[in-house]
Design a protein around this ligand. Structure first.
Ligand SMILES: C[S@@+](CC[C@H](N)C(=O)[O-])C[C@H]1O[C@@H](n2cnc3c(N)ncnc32)[C@H](O)[C@@H]1O
Length: 416
């Protein structure tokens, strides 16, 4: 089956499940009040439609009309959520094996997902499963060469740790997969990585299972980093939103409606991509859990090695000592560096000033900024490639080539 046909089947399937982007929040209540209402032809088209955004996540959802901040855009009934619970409900053998095991909730969902995929077209979730990517770029899927290419120690360590953790989880699930008589293909580490990457990058939080749920259509939203909530009282009054209180989260399971509900996080014009905040992540964390990075990420952090005698002066957690993506030191880093750059016998008297975020003196500020800037330059110089070289390499990899030889020649032609 071709991709457009698979997508069409999926939309039909999702519509039959009661997934809807129309503004009716309670499907059952609506049916009671309008018994002659036919099922809509498509679950999308009223508020959202599927579109392709090459520079912002690929396939995603765009506004099918102007959307107001806080407005309901999509609801996915509980019966359409694919969870360990719903997968076991239809599979007695799986549920018996799981009940005898001591697997974590994420391992259970991984096994349940692989078990379901192995059923192929016999699975009731088949139209939805055809919409999952065939491979992922999360850290745990990186090979040795790709891990080395990360260059920075903390990134390499995060990738090694992610790979190790995934391997351990796979090994300890071997018995249950044998018991369920998985074919070798579904037992493989490659299949396990695929399933755990699906869970890591596509599930949403539900209160009853820490592994989360797969939310058909809801998982088509691409990511935008959360920004500080604006003070909206005036905006809200103007938009007559008094009856619709502002939600801090844009996707949430609502017990009251027994559905996953998605609300617009800001106003959108028709045709704009509608984005969801999956949480606050640095680029390394985005790569670890979702397999992508943002060129501009307000939550990104870079850590530089600090003087060893600085730590005894610091009462903040060590992970708060970082440099923002725009080059500014974090509040805690700046404060503790100012104290560290003060002669020891004066530290006590300026401690409060430094900890409140104030400049200690012009000389002190120059010492701090020069030290940090030297450290950052040194760190960047010691990496085997510069950002410009990486960008050049990526631009070559994005091109289409007729042959491997042509690709190789283009790579050899790069000069730096
Ligand atoms: C929940 S899915 C979103 C829908 C996905 N594009 C699809 O076609 O199924 C999350 C994945 O989408 C991609 N993604 C989401 N937001 C992105 C962004 N801002 N930039 C690049 N990739 C993004 C990443 O591959 C991520 O793992």
């Amino acid at each position: 089956m071709e991709e457009p046909e698979k997508l069409e089947n999926f939309i039909e399937w999702a519509t039959a499940f009661g997934i809807s982007d129309s503004l009716v929040i309670n499907v059952d209540e609506d049916k009671r009040q309008n018994p002659n209402n036919r099922q809509p032809l498509s679950c999308l088209g009223q508020s959202l439609s599927i579109s392709y955004f090459p520079d912002a996540g690929g396939r995603g959802l765009c506004a099918a009309r102007d959307l107001q901040k806080g407005e309901l855009m999509l609801k996915v009934p509980k019966s359409a959520l694919m969870t360990s619970q719903s997968l076991m409900l239809n599979d007695h053998r799986l549920s018996v094996s799981v009940s005898r095991s001591s697997l974590s909730s994420t391992q259970i969902l991984t096994v349940a997902l692989l078990n379901e995929v192995s059923k192929g077209k016999r699975s009731k979730w088949y139209p939805y499963l055809t919409q999952f990517p065939s491979s992922y770029d999360i850290l745990a899927s990186f090979d040795r060469f790709e891990i080395e290419a990360l260059q920075l120690d903390d990134a390499i360590w995060a990738a090694e740790r992610a790979l190790e953790k995934t391997k351990m989880e796979w090994e300890s699930a071997a018995t249950i997969m044998e018991e369920l008589m998985f074919k070798p293909h579904y037992m493989s580490f490659k299949a396990w990585i695929w399933a755990s990457a699906s869970i890591s990058s596509r599930t949403m939080h539900v209160p009853w299972d820490s592994a989360g749920c797969f939310c058909p259509v809801g998982d088509f939203f691409n990511y935008a980093a959360p920004e500080e909530e604006q003070v909206l009282s005036e905006d809200l009054a103007a938009a007559d939103m008094a009856a619709k209180p502002l939600r801090l989260t844009d996707g949430v399971f609502e017990e009251e409606y027994a559905a996953y509900c998605f609300y617009a996080r800001r106003n959108y014009k028709k045709g704009e991509q509608v984005l969801l905040s999956y949480g606050t992540y640095t680029n390394l964390e985005l790569l670890e859990h979702y397999g992508f990075i943002l060129n501009e990420n307000p939550n990104d952090k870079a850590y530089v090695p600090l003087p060893s005698d600085l730590y005894s002066l610091c009462s903040w957690p060590l992970d708060s000592l970082y440099v923002h993506q725009n080059g500014k030191p974090s509040f805690a880093l700046l404060a503790v560096m100012r104290l560290w750059a003060t002669p020891t016998h004066l530290q006590k008297s300026v401690r409060q000033l430094a900890y409140s975020g104030s400049i200690v003196s012009n000389e002190n500020e120059i010492i701090v900024m020069e030290w940090l800037s030297r450290k950052c330059s040194m760190l960047l110089k010691n990496l085997s490639t510069s950002i410009e070289e990486d960008k050049l390499l990526l631009s070559v990899m994005d091109k289409d080539f007729e042959s491997v030889v042509e690709f190789k020649n283009e790579l050899l032609g790069l000069t730096w």
